[in-house]
Design a protein around this ligand. Structure first.
Ligand SMILES: Cc1cc2nc3c(=O)[nH]c(=O)nc-3n(C[C@H](O)[C@H](O)[C@H](O)COP(=O)(O)OP(=O)(O)OC[C@H]3O[C@@H](n4cnc5c(N)ncnc54)[C@H](O)[C@@H]3O)c2cc1C
Length: 629
């Protein structure tokens, strides 16, 4: 059977956009099917990209040749480095975005991408033959026509990134209706097809905040919040952000509001039994915060403009699905919002998702060859998580078509690797979002060094083009020279590299012509410092990142030793068809869990929730005995 496309991506959200972009740039004939072309790249919730843990992933997507960092830099209206006062391992780049410009940027990038066709329509079902995906059924309701046209698109690879749309059910107070996102329909039939493919689907929930009209806010009653000066870009292709930044405002809730919310708990879908599924613990709704932290008398609310040319302002911090009258009371009792007009009420949504233990680390389903899942429908929450999964799914899908080795990022290589390993070995009990605390190697998985960690890999897999590679190579060359200079230049008998370990010493002080230090240098060292200064001026991001390596050299060396021990475990593979029930020495729970997840190696087995080092030892002895037979 000849295919219409090498790969079909369903859904043009953040996962689908990265997947389609990656697949097409790898030379595959790609179709991106989405319910509406106008909503491709749309931010469903907060108009912001990045944050702690998430910002690292945006830099990783960028370092691999993805789209998100470029879109965020081009359309950001305010950039801030979160946790800037803490150690560099937890610095989280974030920007507020112009949400319309962001979606436009993504749409234009995809429309201009060779090998990529955008198709407006609903994927209603999958065509599967003998356990292998063969295509998709598309229903296309054209403008002005009530009849939907059904067409079959043939492809050996399908990536589904349907976000919150699978049987989406919206909640606003006592009102409920079917929908995938506000004013958008739900995808009603694709879930059945996924079930027929042997997947089990479950339900999760998420929610969003009310939006108000900017013209009705009294900013004098709020605290102004400016972005960083200078703003730091996400993409390693950009050295600076030129567009003007817009301030946002900070205000807070109070006890009057909390009391009214408490009085209306019985009308909250979250507590009344109307919402049955679990939401993201770390992005709780406002009513959940009031319930969980009864002693807190106030919660912060950030008033974030949704763009440069819109009146819409996103009230970050009060995600809610309480009835409209309660939301109106809440909003109008927040200082600065007394006269605010609500343009869109907060709401919640429940949707189908597939437990991620049903895919391998390539994101291919275990049930059906050629069928990949990515994004929110795989149990995550957030644009960044979705984008990263979309990219990895597409790269692996193309590699499987070409019989190349899978592309699996290790936990010590990338946050993306941590996320996928967590998802496929542990599954989720609530929407999974990234945090720095999830990464045991976070000192080396920093936002500043994502290009050093991943751009060479991106080049190897074919996603990093010549321009990005040339820019990276120039930076890497400069950093290498700077590293040598930092080791060679000595001040009072100590190299700059070693001096940087002292918390009170900064590279700028050591190499600045205004500072005292160079005066104590000998002539030859003075010339080297001038060289170092030139490199730092020409490649500020690369040299700053190197200075962080110097500051943490001791810890990084220790971490490298731990990584190599863990890599030994990851290198020891477990046969995919192992009959765990026959390993009678294993505890019953271990047999069940390992049989379900089917870890690819001992490292993964150890990370399956509920599996102990003792279980892994039993397994190792069993396999060694089997091999010896
Ligand atoms: C109400 C709400 C609140 C949220 N709150 C938060 C939050 O607090 N924090 C947070 O981090 N994230 C939040 N999110 C989640 C965030 O929006 C998602 O994580 C992110 O958008 C997921 O990206 P995605 O690509 O997986 O899916 P989406 O961005 O949802 O995109 C899915 C795409 O698939 C298309 N599609 C779906 N089904 C079909 C089909 N059958 N055929 C063709 N096209 C289809 C849709 O049109 C859409 O373009 C919220 C989302 C919603 C809706």
């Amino acid at each position: 059977m000849s295919s219409d496309y090498d790969i079909i991506v369903i859904g043009g959200g953040h996962a689908g956009a990265e997947a389609a972009w990656a697949a097409a740039r790898l030379g595959a004939r790609t179709a991106l099917v989405s319910l509406s072309i106008d909503t491709v790249g749309q931010m469903s919730c907060n108009p912001a990209i990045g944050g702690v843990g998430k910002g690292q992933m945006v830099r990783e997507i960028d370092a691999l040749g993805g789209l998100m960092g470029l879109a965020a830099d081009a359309t950001g209206i305010q950039f801030r480095m979160l946790n800037a006062s803490k150690g560099p391992a937890v610095h989280g780049p974030r920007c507020q975005s112009d949400r319309h410009a962001y979606a436009r940027f993504i749409q234009q990038a995809l429309q201009g991408c060779p090998n990529l066709t955008l198709i407006e329509g609903e994927a209603t079902g999958l065509v599967i033959e003998a356990g292998h995906v063969k295509g998709v059924t598309i229903s296309d309701v054209g403008p002005g026509s009530s009849e939907s046209e059904i067409q079959n698109l043939k492809s050996e690879i399908v990536i589904i990134t349907a976000g919150t749309f699978l049987n989406g059910l919206m909640h606003l107070g006592e009102e409920t209706w079917a929908g995938g996102r506000i004013h958008e329909p739900a995808a009603r039939t694709l879930s059945d097809s996924l079930r027929e493919a042997g997947l089990t689907l479950d339900r999760l929930k998420t929610g969003t905040c009310p939006r108000v009209d900017a013209a009705t806010i009294n900013h004098d009653r709020c605290i102004r919040q400016d972005g960083d000066d200078p703003p730091q870009p996400f993409s390693f292709l950009n050295d600076r952000i030129d567009q003007e930044q817009i301030p946002c405002s900070l205000t807070a809730t109070n006890e009057d509001i909390h009391d009214v919310v408490r009085e209306n708990f019985h009308r909250a879908p979250l507590f009344s039994g109307q919402i049955q599924s679990v939401g993201p613990r770390y992005c709780p709704s406002f009513e959940a915060k009031i319930d969980r932290f009864p002693d807190k008398t106030s919660h912060q609310v950030f008033l974030e403009p949704e763009g440069r040319e819109t009146h819409w302002v996103y009230c970050n911090g009060i995600s809610t699905s309480l009835p409209r009258d309660v939301q109106k009371f809440m909003v109008n009792h927040i200082p600065g919002l007394e006269k605010a007009v609500i343009l869109q009420y907060g709401y919640a949504i429940e949707y189908d998702f597939a437990q991620p233990t049903q895919v391998t680390a390539t994101l291919e389903t275990k049930t059906t060859r050629g069928l990949y899942l990515a994004g929110q429908m795989l149990g995550t929450t957030g644009y960044e998580e979705a984008g990263a999964l979309g990219l990895v799914a597409a790269v692996n899908a193309i590699r499987s078509l070409r019989d190349d080795e899978p592309f699996i990022l290790r936990r010590d290589q990338a946050y993306v690797g941590v996320m996928i390993d967590d998802l496929v070995t542990k599954g989720v009990t609530e929407p999974y979002r990234m945090f720095t605390s999830r990464a045991e190697h976070r000192l080396s998985l920093r936002a500043d060094n994502a290009d050093r960690r991943l751009t060479p890999l991106g080049r190897e897999i074919g996603l990093v083009d010549d321009d990005r590679w040339a820019a990276f190579s120039a930076k890497a060359g400069a950093a290498e020279k700077a590293r040598t200079l930092m080791h060679e230049v000595r001040l009072d008998g100590k190299s700059i590299w070693d001096l940087l370990r002292r918390p009170d010493v900064k590279l700028e002080q050591l190499i600045s012509p205004q500072c005292g230090a160079p005066a104590s240098l000998t002539g030859g060292d003075g010339a080297m410092v001038a060289n170092l200064r030139r490199l730092a001026d020409e490649h500020p991001r690369a040299i700053r990142s190197l200075a962080i390596d110097a500051a943490y050299a001791g810890y990084l060396e220790k971490q490298a030793r731990q990584v190599s021990q863990l890599q030994d475990l990851d290198a020891k593979t477990i046969p995919h068809d192992l009959d765990y029930h026959a390993v009678t020495q294993l505890r019953h729970e271990a047999r069940e869990k390992l049989g379900l997840i089917r870890p690819a190696n001992f490292g993964q087995a150890l990370r399956v929730s509920g599996i102990t080092p003792a279980d892994v030892t039993v397994l190792a002895i069993h396999l060694a005995a089997k091999q010896g037979q």
